[in-house]
Structures are given as structure tokens and as C-alpha cells.
Ligand binder design. Structure first.
Ligand code: FAD
Length: 462
């Protein structure tokens, strides 16, 4: 479809001329996300600055049945913000005000375009801490993270975005503005609609602002790097630590291929010959951190670590974590097409999953690199391939499907944090019964009867 002159004119009146783009060159950057295989050109991009503008845009789109794809920073790894149905892209990056940091009640209310790192910088001034830390934190917005159900290394001890949301202001497809939830730690007022919107990938409503609970920053921290000659053994060590009842704040894994790419780009002191490393962070009261650190070192040694190195100071610890956050960037650009997976299994099955991935790599003659949030069972096997090389791409897809099958067989899920979007639609019906998918569709219809919000995502291929 193409937008009529009247609609373009009405959008410009709502946002002001500076608040929209219609030039194809300007709009082309909104045709992508961080995946390498999905594209879709919008017909207009709007940048609302207030909830009333979101409401007016949605009312207009609803009246004319125009698709609206909401967008944060576009760092999604599942195709979620790619406007494959055309229409309007609603980019939330100008709604970037932190509205209230409540230091008495440990909550923060912020507009959804606030970048996660900016939120944490502001909270640090009050010794406060918002733990969920997707490794795209330098760019990702609060709205995008909520809508993808995001989390990061801290999920092991502290959980995901959805574990911190208390309330939100949303705009429905009709343009109606609604307050959901509130400011309190507990709230049982009917169905938990804020939770429903976590992970809804922009298909149900536009989130305008959100209130989160906060924690006080931990008193002490210690980072430990455990070096393994065998990647499967690293997987076993993760479970050994978790099942011993030790609860590190973070347990991350990086394999040799990723270590070498990171060190090529930015030398940060990672061991080039390691088959894999595990990075642990313990945090909390100083004596507890000391005890947990000793336990982790001993358990890793007992599980075959070639070497276990506690970071000697805060700078070295920061270098290790910076290296980890470069993980995905090190992989992107290493092949024309990347199939980046996000499977999650119970930690007791991580070693089995790794073994299976290594076998698939050999059988299909592929390069599959491994990194991820091993401590909560969430790995990101990345298959380096090329869509234009039919034979290679077919083998990559076969391996990818086999990884999904293995994750499900091990009692896991097809996505831990990146969502379904476009990337995993084909596989959704394996992971959810038809009745479940039908319920998703009914919920969608209740929120968005005309189907204008992010059409074509999550279940379309089911
Ligand atoms: C280098 C790198 C590392 C990453 N590491 C992690 C990680 O550790 N953990 C993790 O969970 N993810 C990770 N990701 C994936 C990605 O960063 C997250 O999915 C992030 O939450 C997306 O935020 P965003 O602002 O970029 O949202 P976008 O990509 O712009 O949008 C994501 C989805 O949210 C919807 N949306 C956005 N804003 C709103 C809103 N206000 N209301 C309703 N819907 C909305 C969009 O329609 C889309 O479906 C990583 C990505 C990269 C590139």
C-alpha cells in the first residue's frame, strides 16, 4: 500500500515536519534490525515526543487500517522492528526522558526511548541498580527491551526485564491511552497486563512509559575467569556450580572462535588457546562474595578447568566484561549471513546441548560459534553462512532446525530472550501447540481488532 497525501499531511500535523521522514534514503535505515536477513521499507517514519502524539498517530492508522511498526533502537535479533508490511514506523527514540527516580521507594519511571545505559548512569548517582543487562545496553531502549522480554548476564541471579516492571502507560491500536499496573511491589488487579506486554514484540500496544523497581547497588563484586580445554567441560562446570547451590550474579561463556575475534579487534587479555572460557561475577556483601568466589574456583577446578583466574582488580574485571559485551559484534560481519540462535535449556542439559551443536558442526561441515548466558541455560550458537550459496545455506538451516529440536528435546525453549519476530516463525508450531497459538491470535484480536500493530510477526507462518 502507499500512504495517501492526506495521511502524510495528517501525520506531519501531529508530529511537526521535523518529527517525520518520508524520503526513501532517510527511511532506509529503518528497514533493518540487527539480523542480517530481514528487510522491509516503511512509507513514513514518525518520531513522537509525547503520549498524545502516539495516541493521535494510532487513531489515524486505525481509521485508515495502516500497519504501524514500533521501533526502539533496532537492535532486535529476530526481525521484530522490520516493517515488512510497509506503512508507518513509529520510532520511540525521542521519548527519552527519565521522569522520576523515587529514591524512597526504589522505583524509576521513564519514557520508553531511554537507552538502558543512560538509565543506569543516572541511577548510579543514587547508588541504585537496574540489573537486566542485554549486551546491547549502549543502544537498546527500555521499550524494545520490554517488548522482547530481554535480559542479560545478570539474569542468573537477578532476572529479566519482566521481573522489574510494575506499571506502564500504553496506547492501544484504537488510540486510547491506558495506565496499567502501578508503583507497588505487589498488585493483583485482574490479569497481569504489563506482564502480557513483556515479550509481545509490539503486536499488542505501544508502550509509552514504564515504572520499574530498583535495587541498591551491591557492596562488593569479584570476577573470575575459568579457562577450559574442552567446551563441553565448560558446560558441565556451569551446572556443577549451579547445582552446588552457589548463585553467582553472572556466568557467561565464550568459545575459542569468539575469543580470537574479540582479541583481534580489541586485545583485552583473553586466553587465545582456550577452547572456551567461563566468566563469573559474584556480588553482594563482601564476606559472602569472598566465600562464593572460593567455591566457584574450587568447583571449576574439580570440573576440569585448566586454569582459574580471579580478576586482580576492577580494571581487569571490567576488561573481561567488556570483552564479553563485544561478543556479538565480533561475530557480526564475519560471514555474509548469520543464523544467530537463542535457545535455552535447563542448566543440567547445557553440556548435552553443546555436544549436540559440536556434532552438527562436524556433520554439516559448518562453523558454529558459541557464546551466551550459560548460567541460565541460554546459549547463542551462531552459524556463519551465506544466503546466496544455496548448498551452504541449506546445510546451515538443517543444523539450525536440529539445534531447535535438541533444545526442545532437552526440556528447553526456542528463544530465551530475542523473541520470535520473523526469524523463528517457522519453528513456533514445534514449540507451541496449535491451541496455544490460537489463544495468541485471540489475544491479538482483543487488543488490535484490525491487525495494524506490527503485522506479520510471531505466528504468521503457523
Ligand atoms: C550486539 C547485540 C547484543 C545483544 N545482546 C542481547 C542480550 O544479551 N540479551 C537480550 O535479551 N537481547 C540482546 N540483544 C537483542 C536486542 O538488543 C534486544 O532484543 C533489545 O531488547 C531490543 O531493544 P531495541 O530498543 O533495539 O528494540 P527494537 O529492536 O527497535 O525493537 C524490538 C521489538 O520491540 C518492539 N518495540 C520497541 N519499542 C516498543 C514500544 N515502545 N512499544 C511496543 N513495542 C515496542 C518492536 O516492534 C520490536 O518488535 C542483542 C542485540 C545485539 C545487536
Amino acid at each position: 500500500m502507499s500512504l495517501s497525501k492526506e495521511v502524510i499531511q495528517a501525520l506531519a500535523e501531529i508530529t511537526g515536519k521535523d518529527g517525520m521522514r518520508v524520503d526513501p534514503v532517510d527511511m532506509s535505515v529503518y528497514a533493518y534490525d540487527a539480523t542480517t536477513r530481514w528487510r522491509g521499507m516503511p512509507e513514513a517514519v514518525v518520531f513522537p515526543t509525547q503520549v498524545d502524539q502516539i495516541s493521535a498517530i494510532m487513531a489515524l492508522a486505525n481509521a485508515h487500517i495502516i500497519p504501524v511498526t514500533v521501533r526502539g533502537a533496532g537492535t532486535s535479533l529476530s526481525g521484530g522492528p522490520v516493517p515488512t508490511a510497509g506503512g508507518i514506523v513509529m520510532c520511540m527514540t525521542r521519548m527519552n526522558r527519565i521522569l522520576n527516580i523515587d529514591t524512597d521507594n526504589f522505583t524509576v519511571t521513564a519514557e520508553v526511548g531511554v537507552v538502558l545505559n543512560d538509565l543506569n548512569m543516572a541511577l548510579a548517582k543514587h547508588n541504585l541498580f537496574f540489573p537486566p543487562d542485554p549486551q546491547s545496553f549502549l543502544a537498546a531502549t527500555l521499550g524494545g527491551c520490554l517488548s522482547e522480554g530481554a535480559g542479560g548476564p545478570y539474569a542468573v541471579k537477578y532476572g529479566l526485564f519482566k521481573h522489574y516492571i510494575l506499571g506502564m502507560t500504553v496506547v492501544l491500536a484504537s488510540g486510547d491511552i491506558l495506565k496499567l499496573g502501578g508503583n507497588t511491589m505487589k498488585n493483583v488487579t485482574g490479569y497481569d497486563l504489563p506482564q502480557l506486554l513483556c515479550g509481545a514484540e509490539g503486536t499488542l500496544a505501544v508502550i509509552a512509559d514504564a515504572t520499574f523497581r530498583l535495587l541498591v547497588a551491591p557492596q562488593a563484586k569479584q570476577t573470575v575467569m575459568a579457562i577450559f580445554d574442552d567446551v563441553t567441560q565448560a558446560g558441565k562446570a556451569v551446572h556443577r556450580v549451579r547445582s552446588a547451590g552457589v548463585l553467582p550474579a553472572k556466568i557467561e561463556m565464550i568459545d575459542n572462535w569468539v575469543i580470537r575475534r574479540i582479541e583481534e579487534h580489541t586485545p583485552l587479555g583473553l586466553p587465545l588457546s582456550a577452547a572456551a572460557i567461563l566468566l563469573f561475577q559474584m556480588d553482594g556483601m563482601a564476606p559472602a562474595v569472598e566465600k562464593e568466589t572460593d567455591q566457584v574456583i574450587e568447583l571449576c577446578r574439580k570440573t576440569g578447568a585448566a586454569e582459574v583466574r580471579p580478576a586482580k582488580d576492577a580494571t581487569e574485571a571490567q576488561n573481561f566484561w567488556t570483552a564479553r559485551s563485544f561478543g556479538f559484534s565480533a561475530v557480526f560481519g564475519s560471514a555474509p549471513t548469520l543464523i544467530s540462535e537463542d535457545v535455552v535449556v535447563p542448566t543440567s542439559r547445557i553440556a548435552d546441548l553443546i555436544q549436540c551443536i559440536k556434532a552438527l558442526e562436524r556433520t554439516h561441515d559448518l562453523t558454529i560459534v558459541l557464546l551466551g548466558h550459560a548460567g541460565d541455560g541460554n546459549l547463542h550458537p551462531c552459524i556463519l553462512t551465506d544466503m546466496d550459496d544455496a548448498d551452504h545455506y541449506e546445510r546451515a538451516q538443517m543444523a539450525s532446525n536440529a539445534i531447535f529440536d535438541a533444545a526442545l528435546a532437552f526440556g528447553g525453549a526456542i528463544s530465551g530472550e530475542h523473541g520470535i519476530g520473523l526469524e523463528k516463525q517457522q519453528i513456533l508450531k514445534k514449540a507451541m501447540p496449535a491451541q496455544g497459538i490460537d489463544l495468541l491470535k485471540q489475544i491479538k484480536r482483543a487488543f488490535d481488532p484490525k491487525g495494524i500493530l506490527n503485522p506479520g510477526k510471531i505466528w504468521e507462518a503457523s
